[in-house]
Every structure is written in structure tokens, then in C-alpha cells.
Design a binder for this molecule. Structure first.
Ligand code: CU
Length: 731
């Protein structure tokens, strides 16, 4: 069977007419003259199109329909050519000869040859001749076509994708119809063998998706030699730069240990948990720490009466407000300040945690409850509690002939609030050394702007899109009680100095000193952590000196970047944002100063319900009940990596509260999770300190947890009026 292939029949104008320029020389045509008219001011403009006249017929135009039809008819009539129709779109005007590219597919070795047909219109003298003089090919004008039957490759690719369905599932969790193939061009011909490569791409799902941006890294080699397509076969699978000669070999590799999709390490709990929970009272005890958990619609989870070794260190610790302040050239970005306690509430927007993802599989989950209007609502699995190994020891030392080293462990209480586009993960980490770290991480969708004129407010991060710069400022309240309610705020500053020492002949020596002082007044307790962090701030009790005469306390300092609001006297947020102007504040506790902000602050920004600046009213901080207010946050200027979602690993801010002259000694000595290695004459001895070895098998439910274990949307359990028929809460 022959096929009429690619009927491109460009006009042979110069061939026919013999010489270019045999037509009348070009005569410039003057611009058409239009009458000059006076136009009344309110007259509608008439849109006119001037016309002109070409100096001669367009000899470069394509074939007319008639000429095309004649040429094709003629070619089909030619018994020698043995053509059949396979489609084609053509256009021409008035040449005498036409040019045709013909695929001769009826032979064992298909080839392409170009022909000239004419003169047209059809007459007795019309003939078709091979057109060879445009080609300077050494082997002649018949050119071998190795992929003449390639149109049938769809059947082949459908078959081999179906056979690889299990592998597609393992690698990308897709069925064969979830991918598409792109083939290499041209095909490769070597030693009579014809080979082509297919690349596997994700299949576009939306209108503006494109497969060219979705390569999956799997390439498939097919041998397509010969005209009998049933003999074509796949003979190579290339993945991660390894060529597998068969599907079975590839499958074996994909399912073998060590393949690139091997499950990552995960946290496991070897046996009984080492913390206890009073679910009814939401009371938690881990190692030397105890605390109560409280939850509310506005503020989410707060911790109360945090005790270490039986003594209270914090009466209250919790988030006050999560603010996002944007900037931009347009009125939306420039006018955007959000206080998340208002927009749905930090507790109201807490979500069920995803087992094995938000928290390790062995976590203990607690429900959160809050009142919304007249309804009490329960968020199942709103809180998780778990111990984990942070991946580094709490202590080590290598001396001559020995190494002593102690395992570390952290106890975490975690919640997630999805406040509109953003997900905030709040974690309270309790450490063996008596420290508490407060972490906030942000993920989810950024807010963005149209890119035009926003160069000074962000980066262009996608087509027509600018990431809007913004500050996240997340305020926490920490009501300290160190050895009682009466405390002071100590400042210890590292200062450069020039000193003289008599033992040095009183020669000036440039060195440094610790400058110790107390911040004694609220007005002075508006603190920014300075460049190079020279200052240590600690809440201490001057009335309960330790046996060395030092005031015991807890130090507070950033554990990961913290910020205050960049904008001064925000024109949008006004005084409503006053709590965000510094990193840290200390105030004297007052019954009227329970919250540093209010969910309703944005309703009147110049006279907000709580103007935090009014808290600084010159009250003494000397041995008073001190409350610290600190801000976590990030200066966020989204970059290309923020699309589609900002990631928790980088959008991270944290504050550390740690003992300062508070402990009798290093707390790592209290754990048995320690070994000492000693070496003598080439043999190593291990000393253990009574740690119980883990000797249980880890269940597959820990290794492959169910993400939806008790995951659920909100449950509303009580309505007004209360009829007593339903429980007050679900434990
Ligand atoms: Cu952000």
C-alpha cells in the first residue's frame, strides 16, 4: 500500500516563469489621499481602512484549489506511483508546476521522494518527475524513512505502560493513564536496528499544565525495526541513570532494599510511654515537668502551672496573638493586617493532627474543645504529646582513654492552627535540662500580589505574580514565678573594656567584662535582642539566693530567629499592634492586664480595646510578679521556593527559656541513658548506668501509621439551652 504523505505543494513560481523579475517592475503607490475634514468635538471617530492596488499578481502565492486538485488527481492517476489518500491541507494560486513530497510506504524499506507535477491545469503534457536538483545528497533524492509505521506506536506504548502499572504505582502513585509519553526525534538507526526512546511525563490535569514541565525521570527504549509492528519490543528501562534490560529487572530493583524510594527513618516508641496524662483534667507529667493544658476559641492551647522538679517556673505560657502585616503598591497588600485571634480564633481554627505526619505514630492525642457562639465544639486529636530523640546527645566528652556520652530526649506538646491560607504549627518542647522551647512554624499558601510595580515589595516569583513582603509577629505571654511570685529582671551584658592588672605591670589590656544590672522599671523593659546578642536577660528571685549567693532564675533568648514589626506606627494597624514593636517586654502583673492584645483590636486601631503601650506605666519590676511578653516571627519575602507552599523547615521561629543559676548541677547526670567507653591495651570496655535496653519488636502500625487515626472535623456536642443529655466534653 502506498500513501500520499505530507502533500505540501509549494508553488514553483520562479521555476515556472523562468526568471525572477520577469514581471513588471514594482511601482511605489502613493498613500491614499483622504479629504481633510473638521471634526466636531463630540463626533464619533469613523474607523476607516484605506485600500490600494498591487502592481501585479502575487506570483509567490500558494496553489489555487483547482491547481491543487489537479496536481493531486494527477498523482493518484499515476499507476506507477501507486498512491492512496491519507489527508493533507493545501493552498495555492496560479503556478504551472507543483511540488509534492511523497512517502512510498508500500515497500519493505519505505522512502520519501520529492516530485514536481505540471504543467497545471491538467493537460496531455502534464507529467510528474522526481525533483532532485534541490538536493545535494550524495545517496540520491530517495531518502529512507525508518519510522513510517510510527503512528501505530500508541498500541505499543499502551501495552508497555500497562505491564508497568505496578511500578508506576510504586514510583508516583499513578495508573498508566496518569502519565504520558514523549518520544525522541529522530529515531536512531544503527546496524540496521531502529531504536526510539520514550520519556515518561506526568499528564497535565489543568488547562495551563504542560507535560514538558512534568518529566518523571523514567525513559523507555523500544526497538522498532521492520514493518511488522508486532515484532517491535521494549528492550531498556532507564531510571536514575541505571539501564535495566527488562521490565522484570527494573521491577526487581524498584522493590529491592536500597532503591531510591526506600522508606525514610521514622521515630518509634519502644514499649511503654514515659509520661502520664490526666485526660479529664488535661494534666501532663513527664520526667521532672508537670503542667496543665487549657484551650479556648481565641487563643488556642495555653499551658498553666508549669513546674520543674515540683517548683513552679511559669504560671501561664501561651500565645496572645498571631499578626501578619503586609505591604505593597496596591491597596489590598498595602492595607492588609491580620490578627488571627479575630479571624476565626487561634483555637477555633485548630485542626485534627495527622498521625505519623504532624506527630509521630506513637503520640498520645488529646481533643481540644472551645465554645463558639452557643455551641461547644470538639476538635478530635487537636493536641499531640510525644517523646522523641532529637538526634544529638545531651552531653559528651572524650578524654584520654575514655568517652562519656548521654542520650538526649525531648517531650513535645503540639498543635496546628490553619488560619486561612497559613498553617501555624506550635510546639512546646520540654528538655531534660529544665529548659522549654516555644516553636512556631508556618506553612501553607502565601498571599501574593499582581507583579506590576511591586518590585520594592517582593520578588517576581511566577508569571505576573509577586510574593508580597510581610511580617509575621506572634506574641506570647509568659508569666514567670521563680521560687515564688516576686521576681526581678536581670541583665548581664558582655562589654568590651580596657583594664589594667597589677600582675601585668598595670599595662592596659583590651578585654571584656560581664556588666550585671537589673531592669527595674516597666518603661525600660522594652527590649530588642541586639546585634551579636551581648545581653542575657533572666527572670530571677533576689530573695532566694542559692548557696553561692547568686539569684536563681530562668533566662530567655531566641532559639531561632525572632522579630518585631518592621513598620513604625502602622497606618493600617495603628495602636492595635503596639505589642509587636519590640522583641521582649516585662510588665508587673495586674488583673487589668491579662491580655497583651484583643481579638477586637482591629475594630478601632487608634483606640483599640487593648493598647499594650499603656502597660508601660513606670511600675517597678523589683521583686514583683513579672510577666514577660515576647514576639516570635519571620520577615517573610516569598521567593520561588514558596510556591506552591511555604515550608515548615525554613519558616521557623523559636524562643528558649532555660535555667540560669537555678540548678544544683548539670541535669544530664540524672539520667541512666549514658555510657562510658574506656580503652586499654587495644580493648574497649563499656560501662552502663542501669539503662533498660529496648528489646521489643516495633509494630508495623508504628512504621506505617494510619494518617486518619481518629482524624476528624469538628464535633459540636452541646447547644444552648443545655439539657444535660450530652457530656460536657469528650476526653
Ligand atoms: Cu509568610
Amino acid at each position: 500500500m502506498g500513501r500520499f504523505f505530507l502533500a505540501s505543494l509549494p508553488l514553483l513560481g520562479s521555476l515556472v516563469s523562468g526568471l525572477p523579475g520577469s514581471y513588471a517592475p514594482f511601482q511605489p503607490v502613493s498613500s491614499p489621499r483622504l479629504p481633510l475634514q473638521r471634526r466636531a468635538d463630540n463626533e464619533i471617530c469613523a474607523i476607516t481602512q484605506p485600500t490600494t492596488q498591487a502592481p501585479h499578481k502575487n506570483v509567490w502565492a500558494g496553489l489555487t484549489n483547482r491547481e491543487l486538485s489537479d496536481a493531486i488527481t494527477f498523482l493518484f492517476k499515476d499507476k506507477e506511483l501507486n498512491l492512496t489518500e491519507d489527508g493533507g491541507k493545501l493552498r495555492a494560486r496560479s503556478p504551472v508546476y507543483a511540488r509534492a513530497n511523497l512517502l512510498f510506504g508500500a515497500t519493505e524499506e519505505p522512502y520519501m521522494e520529492e516530485f514536481v507535477v505540471g504543467p497545471l491545469p491538467l493537460s496531455d503534457s502534464t507529467a510528474a518527475h522526481p525533483l532532485s536538483f534541490f538536493s545535494n545528497r550524495q545517496k540520491g533524492s530517495k531518502i529512507r524513512v525508518h519510522d513510517a509505521d510510527f503512528a501505530t506506536d500508541g498500541d505499543l506504548s499502551k501495552a508497555f505502560l500497562a505491564e508497568a502499572a505496578d511500578i508506576l504505582k510504586i514510583l508516583w502513585n499513578v495508573a498508566p493513564d496518569g502519565v504520558q509519553l514523549v518520544s525522541s526525534s529522530p529515531v536512531q538507526v544503527e546496524n540496521g536496528q531502529v531504536t526510539t526512546w520514550y520519556g515518561v511525563e506526568g499528564k497535565p490535569k489543568k488547562m495551563y499544565d504542560t507535560g514538558t514541565l512534568l518529566p518523571l525521570g523514567l525513559y523507555i527504549r523500544a526497538n522498532i525495526t521492520g514493518r511488522d509492528t508486532s515484532k517491535w519490543a521494549v528492550d531498556g528501562w532507564l531510571y536514575n541513570d541505571i539501564l535495566y534490560s527488562s521490565l522484570d529487572e527494573f521491577r526487581k530493583a524498584v522493590t529491592a532494599p536500597g532503591f531510591k524510594t526506600l522508606a525514610p527513618p521514622t521515630l518509634v516508641q519502644p514499649g511503654a510511654k514515659r509520661f502520664s496524662v490526666d485526660v479529664e483534667n488535661k494534666f501532663v507529667s513527664w520526667m521532672d515537668f508537670t503542667f496543665f493544658v487549657s484551650d479556648s476559641r481565641d487563643l488556642g492551647v495555653r499551658l498553666f502551672d508549669i513546674r520543674y522538679k515540683g517548683k513552679r517556673i511559669l504560671y501561664e505560657l501561651g500565645m496572645e496573638e498571631a499578626m501578619a502585616h503586609y505591604a505593597g503598591q496596591d491597596p489590598i497588600q498595602s492595607g492588609a493586617v491580620f490578627l488571627d485571634t479575630y479571624f476565626g480564633g487561634f483555637g477555633g481554627q485548630m485542626v485534627s493532627l495527622v498521625n505519623g505526619y504532624d506527630c509521630p505514630a506513637y503520640s498520645t492525642y488529646l481533643n481540644t474543645t472551645y465554645v463558639d457562639g452557643t455551641t461547644r465544639k470538639v476538635r478530635p486529636n487537636g493536641i499531640c504529646l510525644f517523646e522523641s530523640d532529637p538526634g544529638y546527645p545531651i552531653q559528651r566528652h572524650s578524654g584520654t582513654g575514655y568517652t562519656s556520652i548521654t542520650k538526649n530526649v525531648v517531650f513535645t506538646l503540639r498543635t496546628v492552627t490553619t488560619a486561612g491560607n497559613y498553617d501555624y504549627m506550635t510546639s512546646y518542647d520540654f528538655h531534660l535540662d529544665g529548659a522549654v522551647t516555644i516553636h512556631v512554624r508556618a506553612s501553607g499558601f502565601i498571599q501574593s500580589a499582581f507583579y506590576a510595580n511591586n518590585e520594592e515589595y517582593g520578588f517576581k516569583i511566577h508569571d505576573d505574580l509577586s510574593g508580597s513582603m510581610h511580617d509575621h509577629v506572634i506574641t506570647f505571654k509568659a508569666d514567670f514565678d521563680i521560687m515564688g511570685e516576686k521576681n526581678s529582671l536581670q541583665k548581664v551584658e558582655f562589654v568590651p573594656t580596657t583594664e589594667t592588672y597589677h600582675w601585668n605591670g598595670n599595662k592596659p589590656r583590651n578585654t571584656m567584662k560581664a556588666k550585671k544590672s537589673f531592669i527595674t522599671n516597666e518603661d525600660d523593659a522594652k527590649i530588642n535582642f541586639e546585634t551579636n546578642s551581648p545581653s542575657i536577660y533572666a527572670v530571677v528571685n533576689k530573695d532566694e539566693l542559692n548557696k553561692f549567693g547568686e539569684a536563681p532564675g530562668y533566662r530567655i533568648h531566641p532559639a531561632a530567629g525572632v522579630i518585631h514589626l518592621t513598620v513604625k506606627d502602622s497606618s493600617v494597624g495603628g495602636k492595635a499592634l503596639n505589642v509587636a514593636n519590640h522583641h521582649l517586654y516585662a510588665t508587673k502583673f495586674k488583673d487589668t492586664e491579662v491580655r497583651g492584645s484583643s481579638p477586637y483590636n482591629l475594630l478601632d486601631v487608634e483606640d483599640p480595646l487593648v493598647d499594650f503601650a499603656k502597660f508601660q506605666d513606670s511600675e517597678s519590676l523589683e521583686q514583683e510578679d513579672l510577666v514577660l511578653w515576647f514576639n516570635l516571627g519571620m520577615h517573610h519575602i516569598p521567593h520561588t521556593g514558596d510556591l506552591p507552599n511555604t515550608v515548615f523547615s525554613t519558616a521557623h521561629t523559636a524562643m528558649l527559656i532555660e535555667p540560669f543559676n537555678y540548678l544544683a548541677g548539670s541535669p544530664h547526670r540524672a539520667t541512666k541513658q549514658m555510657v562510658q567507653l574506656t580503652s586499654k591495651n587495644g580493648t574497649t570496655a563499656i560501662t552502663r548506668y542501669g539503662a533498660t535496653p529496648a528489646n521489643c519488636a516495633v509494630s508495623s502500625s508504628q512504621l506505617n501509621p494510619k494518617p486518619d487515626e481518629n482524624w476528624s472535623s469538628t464535633i459540636a456536642i452541646r447547644k444552648n439551652p443545655y439539657d444535660g443529655s450530652q457530656p460536657d466534653h469528650i476526653g
